[in-house]
Design a binder for this molecule. Structure first.
Ligand code: GDP
Ligand code: IMO
Ligand code: MG
Length: 425
């Protein structure tokens, strides 16, 4: 199937990086279609352990073109740092390309992200403070600067002269020092010198790949529950991690996406604020956090953890048009005697089987069904038949609630610890 979108089907951190790394072996191109360096996509392979923030997770295959797409927002300093780390580990970056239409996270964006979070006080979103919200806000308000602007110094200077005074008014209101156009311009020229050759009009490249029927992977960041439109607004990110946006963010028609792979953990986690009905606030939650090593890849914050949410997966499957499901981190549940799956949200006398808007979601309590654990290791399993019967039943229930077939199961962080269910059944 030539064009495949790989998207987060929960709150983020489902294991998208490891799934892309696995699937990219057969891909000609991988395109990150939204988000910025708020992403922390972990890949464990023979070169080591990597936490990718902006660089697409297909980068470990030198022949695969890796594109930071138009729908992303790029902090050039952080990208350069990430590239340095990768190069030092022996990763070939010759095939890394940046869309000239992607917006830049400017130095004032993370600054404003932090200041705005403080201003929200008790209702802070818990952002990664990477400037993602302020950058997308400027994009929508048409005050943004794009990577392609770096190639046109006169245009760039004019844009900075328009934008920076507006930012300074805001910074002054927060009591923060003002920024100079000149310093930012110099900074931009340094970025151009370091990245200029990679900044291209990616459309001809993408179009040719799709028209030739090459294998193209579209890499989503975060997950549907943090989608700007369908997530738990305002506790969301400022872009759309759902497959519907993948075409726009990558530069191809929606009708060309032939497969949508939803990545889901065998339980739930979330980083940041907002309603999370399945959250475990007791010792069971602490145990699950430790078993899964659930600490944020970008901020290191402990992740909130909970049982599998069958209502959210149905929502994710519909909104993304999922054709396949990958279940990751099954092995994390190996030692537990009993597992729970949420099948509804209780709201007063009603049991909801859909995800309501945020204010209502804050009031629901989960309705659980109980499943026996398998209490044996699964990490070495490489075929469906090798999984314990209780694990198979648990996965079949997830599949049923999603209404989407499970195509791959992941039982460890390493590249080889994932297997194809269809092939082996
Ligand atoms: P992403 O943002 O969706 O790419 O996910 P993250 O990288 O933020 O979080 C997933 C974490 O789980 C990473 O630390 C991965 O190395 C790890 N991981 C992924 N799949 C598995 C798995 O099947 N088993 C275990 N034990 N760890 C996994
Ligand atoms: P990956 O790609 C988990 C969360 C933040 C916050 C909200 C908005 O690794 O899944 P932002 O910085 O985007 O303005 O923050 O989204 N968040 C993530 N949570 N994984 C991520 O990335 C995240 N990126 C942002 O915690 O609640
Ligand atoms: Mg992550």
């Amino acid at each position: 199937m030539p064009v495949t979108a790989v998207v987060g089907a929960q709150w983020g951190d489902e294991g998208k990086g490891r799934v892309i790394d696995y699937l990219a072996e057969k891909a000609d191109m991988v395109i990150r279609f939204q988000g910025g360096d708020n992403a922390g996509h972990t890949v464990v392979n023979d070169l080591g352990l990597f936490r990718l923030h902006l660089v697409p997770s297909g980068i470990f295959y030198p022949a695969t073109k890796n594109i930071v797409g138009t729908g992303t927002v790029v902090n050039p300093d952080n990208l350069l740092r990430e590239m340095e780390t990768l190069a030092a580990a022996g990763v070939d970056l010759a095939n890394l390309w940046l869309s000239d239409r992607a917006h830049m996270v400017m130095p004032y964006h993370p600054l404003l992200d932090g200041l705005e979070e403080s201003a929200r006080g008790g209702t802070a979103i818990g952002t990664t403070k990477r400037g993602i919200g302020p950058t997308y806000s400027d994009k929508a308000a048409r005050w943004g600067l794009r990577l392609g602007d770096l190639r046109n110094p006169a245009w760039l200077r004019q844009r900075l002269e328009q934008v920076v005074p507006r930012k300074n008014v805001l910074l002054e209101r927060y009591g923060a020092p003002e920024l100079s156009v000149e310093a930012l311009y110099e900074q931009c020229m340094a970025w151009q010198a370091a990245l200029g050759q990679r900044i291209v009009d990616v459309l001809p490249m993408v179009r040719q790949a799709v028209q030739q029927g090459q294998n193209v992977l579209l890499e989503g960041q975060l997950g549907v529950m943090r989608d700007l439109d369908w997530g738990i607004y305002p506790y969301v990110t400022s872009s759309n991690p759902t497959a519907a946006f993948a075409g726009a963010g990558a530069g191809l028609p929606a009708s060309k996406i032939s497969r949508v792979v939803g990545v889901v953990k065998a339980y739930s986690t979330c980083v940041g604020a907002g309603p999370f009905p399945v959250e475990l606030l007791d010792a069971a939650g602490d145990e699950l956090r430790e078993l899964g090593d659930e600490y944020g890849a970008t901020t290191g914050r402990p992740r909130r953890v909970g049982w599998f949410d069958g209502v959210a997966i149905d929502y994710a499957a519909w909104l993304n048009g999922m054709t396949d499901l990958v279940v990751t981190k099954l092995d994390v549940l190996d030692t537990l005697a009993e597992l729970k799956i949420c099948t509804g949200y209780r709201l007063g006398d009603e049991i909801l089987t859909h995800v309501p808007d945020t204010a209502l979601l804050e009031m629901v309590t989960p309705v659980y069904e109980s499943w026996p654990g398998w209490q044996q290791p699964t990490t070495a399993c490489r075929r469906w038949e090798e999984l314990p019967a209780a694990a198979q039943r648990y996965l079949r229930r997830i599949e049923e609630l999603a209404g989407v077939p499970i195509t791959w199961v992941s039982v460890g962080a390493a590249r080889e610890a994932m297997f194809d269910v269809m092939r082996d059944q």
